[in-house]
Design a protein around this ligand. Structure first.
Ligand SMILES: [Zn+2]
Ligand SMILES: [Zn+2]
Length: 209
């Protein structure tokens, strides 16, 4: 009989523990994501910023487009006619001093570059501080075909935003947005975050199905 009572107590504790986990998971699902501020730079077309705004709202309802700011001419690297992405991140960081709680996503149509792969000046589509609160994307290297243009723009944006949350590159799945594109354009193949990356971002409050 004593054994049976212990069994009942054990069973109750197990059940109670399981309920505890459910409510904990519930709490994780209600984390508010950091606001995203889309920052057009140097005459970036407002229409394109608005399209991206609409797409990012699906992931984070707290996203807005800031007043445009001029290009940071000190970031210009004349020999290759590009703008240094890390200088632009510093520029965005200084410009966003009132919004330290938010992630600032800079948009430029100019070609941007960074030092990588043994090259001082290597053209890239985006760069982020990881973890951090600034990232930038350039539309210069995106497909010129309208069909792919916004699809690629969204993928590069979401990839860089995920870097700001501290997420690194992912080799778990060929279809994950966090795949290392090796500085080539994203393809139609990447169409979601893999379950590992998704879980990480959901804990940061991202609304991912
Ligand atoms: Zn990356
Ligand atoms: Zn992944």
């Amino acid at each position: 009989m004593k054994g049976f009572t212990l069994f009942i107590v054990f069973f109750f504790l197990l059940f109670w523990g399981a309920c505890g986990n459910v409510s904990q998971e519930g709490k994780i699902a209600h984390v508010e994501p950091r606001p995203i501020v889309i920052q057009p730079i140097g005459g970036f077309p407002d229409k394109q910023a608005q399209v991206l705004l609409k797409m990012l709202k699906e992931v984070n309802p707290n996203v807005s487009v800031a007043q445009p700011i001029p290009m940071y001419n000190k970031a210009y690297f004349e020999p290759l006619h590009r703008y240094r992405a890390d200088s632009l991140l510093h520029y965005l960081y200084r410009k966003s001093y009132r919004r330290k709680d938010a992630i600032v996503l800079g948009l430029t149509y100019k070609d941007i570059s960074t030092t990588t792969h043994g090259y001082y000046d290597y053209g890239v589509m985006g760069l982020a501080r990881s973890p951090g609160n600034v990232c930038i994307i350039s539309t210069h290297r995106l497909s010129k075909r309208k069909k792919y243009y916004y699809n690629q723009m969204f993928k590069v944006a979401i990839h860089e935003l995920a870097h700001t949350e501290g997420l690194g590159h992912c080799d778990l799945s060929n279809t994950c947005y966090m795949k290392d594109w090796k500085y080539k354009s994203p393809t139609l193949e990447e169409d979601e975050f893999c379950i590992t990356c998704k879980t990480y971002l959901q804990k940061k409050g991202w609304r991912l199905k």
